[in-house]
Structure formats: structure tokens, C-alpha cells
Design a protein around this ligand. Structure first.
Ligand SMILES: [Zn+2]
Length: 197
């Protein structure tokens, strides 16, 4: 009958060295993963998720530049909440300028949607600070190369003033709206609070 007992074991010394090596390998793998993740996060490829992460943690702005080139805040009429038709209210402000005037993002943001539909016609939606959505509508056209997921800085051209959608035939203007957690709010006080740097 074979002798029973524990299986043969490496000496304590060898076992310690082996464990040490195993931990060293684990640490190296972790460090490599960490460096890889950090590099990826800083890469061009991660620019949108990185910006989204930044935007979500930003407070809503307290002042913003007029998003149409060459227009001053005092030239923008206070029409937020004005009746539109029988059952609608004006959920933004209208910024008049000649056709083709550049429309610039008022904020840091990520382009959430670019489309042509309904009342707004050619439009751009930008996800901005504090997850608020910025609506740029009635555009004559979009800036060449503009695409969904693109990171925009304050001042990045989104498109050009026009009269598309239900603005057809009216003087060209940008309809501009900001939608927070509770829906649209009046952007005009933010424009008036802006001090050009
Ligand atoms: Zn409007």
C-alpha cells in the first residue's frame, strides 16, 4: 500500500520567490493597462467622451456670447414665451442677420444631432455644460464637415443664418433655444450678462 500524506511541496524559499515573481508580473500588467487607458483617454479618439465627462460636471453658464457673428445682445428682442400660433410658445430667441452669416457655438459642447425637419428646418443640437441642450435652427446650411459627435468650442462655426423650416420667407434669422432639465428657458439674460473678454 502506497504511503499517504501531503503531495510533495517546493521548498519554502522557492515558493516565496515564485509568488514574488507572480506579483511582479501582475503589477506590470496593471501598470501597462493603466498607461494604456490613460493614453487612450487623452487620445483624439476619446475627445468626445472626455468632453462629455467634463460637460456633465460643469455648472450651467451664467453668461454667453451671441451665437451669430457681429450681433450684439442689445439687438436681440425679448420674445421668449411669446405666443406662436394657437398652442405654442416661443421657446427661444430669434437673432436676425443677413443670410449666410456664421452661426457659432456659444459653449463648449458635443454635436448631438444635425438634421433637417419640422419647424426648425436645418438645425444643429449641441449638448452643452450641465447636460443642457442647445438648439440652433433655421440654418441656411451647415458648416462643411460638421458631424455628429464632434467636439465644439465656444466660437466654432456650426452653420449659417437662413430661413429654413417654418421661417421660410421671413427675414433670415437664427432661432436659438436652451433646454435644461425643466425644459426651455430664456437665453436672453445670459446674452445680456456676457462681457466680451
Ligand atoms: Zn424663433
Amino acid at each position: 500500500m502506497a504511503a499517504s500524506g501531503p503531495p510533495p511541496r517546493a521548498s519554502a524559499r522557492t515558493s516565496f520567490a515564485w509568488r514574488l515573481r507572480r506579483w511582479a508580473v501582475r503589477l506590470l500588467v496593471l501598470a501597462a493597462l493603466g498607461v494604456g487607458a490613460a493614453t487612450l483617454w487623452q487620445s483624439e479618439w476619446a475627445q468626445a467622451p472626455r468632453t462629455l465627462w467634463e460637460l456633465v460636471r460643469m455648472p450651467p453658464p451664467t453668461a454667453l456670447p451671441v451665437p451669430v457673428e457681429g450681433v450684439r445682445a442689445r439687438q436681440v428682442a425679448d420674445t421668449f414665451g411669446a405666443p406662436r400660433g394657437r398652442d405654442r410658445r416661443h421657446e427661444g430667441v430669434d437673432i436676425f442677420a443677413s443670410r449666410g452669416t456664421p452661426v457659432r457655438s456659444a459653449t463648449l459642447g458635443v454635436v448631438a444631432d444635425i438634421r433637417e425637419s419640422g419647424l426648425g428646418g436645418r438645425q444643429v443640437w449641441v449638448l452643452g455644460p450641465a447636460r443642457e441642450r442647445y438648439y440652433y435652427a433655421h440654418l441656411d446650411g451647415w458648416r462643411e464637415g460638421l458631424e455628429r459627435g464632434e467636439v465644439v468650442q465656444p466660437g466654432t462655426v456650426l452653420g449659417y443664418v437662413g430661413d429654413t423650416g417654418n421661417a421660410k420667407g421671413t427675414p433670415p434669422h437664427l432661432h436659438w433655444g436652451i433646454y435644461g432639465a425643466d425644459g426651455a428657458y430664456d437665453p436672453l439674460p445670459l446674452l445680456r450678462a456676457w462681457q466680451a473678454p
